[in-house]
Design a protein around this ligand. Structure first.
Ligand SMILES: NC(=O)c1ccc[n+]([C@@H]2O[C@H](COP(=O)([O-])OP(=O)(O)OC[C@H]3O[C@@H](n4cnc5c(N)ncnc54)[C@H](OP(=O)(O)O)[C@@H]3O)[C@@H](O)[C@H]2O)c1
Length: 410
């Protein structure tokens, strides 16, 4: 029986999970592919570390040694940072290998170049693990995009932020204490900037935009806000209104333009994101035929991420992973998003009489308000009072909060 030879770059949480899964699911690979899958090499940084790896596997710190192997079919990448990863993957493609990556920061920056290079070289790129860990969002989009027109994707894409917001609400803890809990549980890194300032979710959103719409918005135009402005007071006010804060990345196509944002928003219990708690991720895909699909599951971790990578392994071996470069042509249509009224929670001392264009719906405390306003009107208000904090409430006029007797027009 012929063999598919695989190298794994990195043997940390993800790399080790992939290695173990390839051993534990050997029979399934053979049944699906009709070939054995064999890990022939592993790249690490520190060769001295104790690791549980078969002796016949080449363990090295030198990627060129791996490239010199007489047969190498797939390179699975689970290291960190943009470089040397990007260089290694270009070299692997040049050698005729399929590549699979979990590295969202590198892929958000260099994914297009890798996909183009792979196309030129007749190989495939798997990147399911770059977005929402174990949730098969990229595969779902690929399948939907055959005929459906995707108009909007929204996602809770960063488990650490979601965990912190859940802890703050459930345990009535401060942001700082909840962040410490996330670090103690291994969800947040010692430097949590990427997670709590929204960079991680931003990279994932850009990857989703490319697959759904064939292009990305200009990165400079994307509104990116982390969760550091969310205070216990705000969480408590939202609770009173039966709303929850969620950190949501949103990408849509409107009038030929990609609009994207990554920011905290408020959702009511009719929204699937309301019940997404802890380190879970969730993604809503809106498309014209099927409507809304919600996918929810573990966004990170050894086996969920390995699951995404080994499913990619099957697909690249079956050469089913086609680049979606042609999506732009086929999905070149006007966004179909229903324009809905926008509702906002404002925090700050707002001088209402100065803003006659705004409909004031509720006064939760003397500094927290619910309003209805178009984006332009809100911009006008912020222009006059830039110190005001604002959060969008996702939903429409059916939101329970807006029909409650307390939600009287002020
Ligand atoms: N952890 C998750 O749940 C998760 C989920 C989705 C995506 N990802 C992405 O997957 C990638 C790996 O994450 P991880 O959590 O597995 O990281 P990790 O536990 O820190 O492991 C990183 C591995 O890469 C090796 N490495 C780092 N730099 C290297 C270099 N320049 N050359 C060779 N080897 C190098 C390290 O070698 P040593 O062992 O010798 O130090 C280590 O084995 C990251 O891009 C991450 O964003 C992670």
């Amino acid at each position: 029986m012929s063999v598919i030879k695989v190298a794994i770059l990195g043997f940390g949480t993800v790399g080790e999970g992939v290695y173990r899964t390839i051993q534990s699911h050997a029979q399934e690979f053979t049944a699906v592919l009709g070939k054995k899958v064999e890990v022939v090499a592993i790249l690490v940084k520190n060769i001295q570390k104790e690791r549980n790896i078969r002796e016949d596997v080449l363990l090295t710190t030198n990627f060129q040694e791996i490239l010199r192997l007489p047969q190498l079919d797939v390179v699975i990448e689970a290291i960190v940072d943009k470089e040397p990863t990007f260089t290694y993957l270009k070299q692997a493609i040049g050698k005729g290998c399929h590549i699979i990556t979990a590295n969202k920061e590198m892929f958000a920056h260099h994914g297009k170049e890798l996909l183009d290079l792979a196309k030129e070289n007749g190989v495939s790129v798997g990147y399911e693990a770059t977005v929402a860990g174990g949730i098969p969002v990229i595969q779902t989009l690929r399948q939907l995009l055959n005929i459906n027109r995707v108009s909007q994707i929204q996602g809770i894409l960063n488990g650490t932020s979601n965990f912190i917001l859940s802890e703050m609400r459930e345990k009535k803890q401060s942001f700082a204490e909840s962040l410490r809990q996330a670090q103690a549980k291994g969800y947040a890194e010692a430097d949590p900037t990427n997670d709590i300032e929204g960079f991680d979710a931003f990279y994932k959103a850009m990857i989703l935009s490319r697959i759904a719409f064939g292009e990305e918005p200009d990165w400079q135009t994307v509104e990116r806000q982390g969760i550091t402005a969310i205070t216990s007071e705000l969480i408590e006010a939202a609770e009173k209104l039966k709303l929850r804060f969620k950190h949501v990345a949103s990408i849509s196509k409107e009038d030929e333009q990609i609009i994207a944002s990554v920011k905290p928003i408020l959702v009511g219990d009719e929204n699937p994101f309301y019940h997404v708690e802890g380190a879970e991720n969730a993604v809503n895909v809106h498309s014209d035929i099927v409507g809304r699909i919600t996918l929810q599951g573990p966004g990170a971790g050894m086996y969920p991420t390995a699951s995404a990578m080994i499913e990619d392994l099957v697909y690249v071996c079956q050469s089913k992973l086609n680049s979606r470069q042609n999506i732009k042509k086929t999905a070149d249509w006007r966004g179909q998003i229903r324009k809905q009224k926008d509702y906002w929670l404002l925090q700050g001392f707002v001088e209402k009489t100065k803003h006659p264009e705004i409909t004031w719906l509720d006064e939760v405390t003397d500094s927290i308000f619910i309003i209805e306003a178009g984006k332009e009107d809100l911009k006008g208000l912020l222009g006059r009072q830039p110190e005001i904090c604002y959060f969008q409430i996702l939903g429409d006029e059916n939101l329970p909060i807006l029909n409650k007797p307390t939600a009287t027009v002020i």
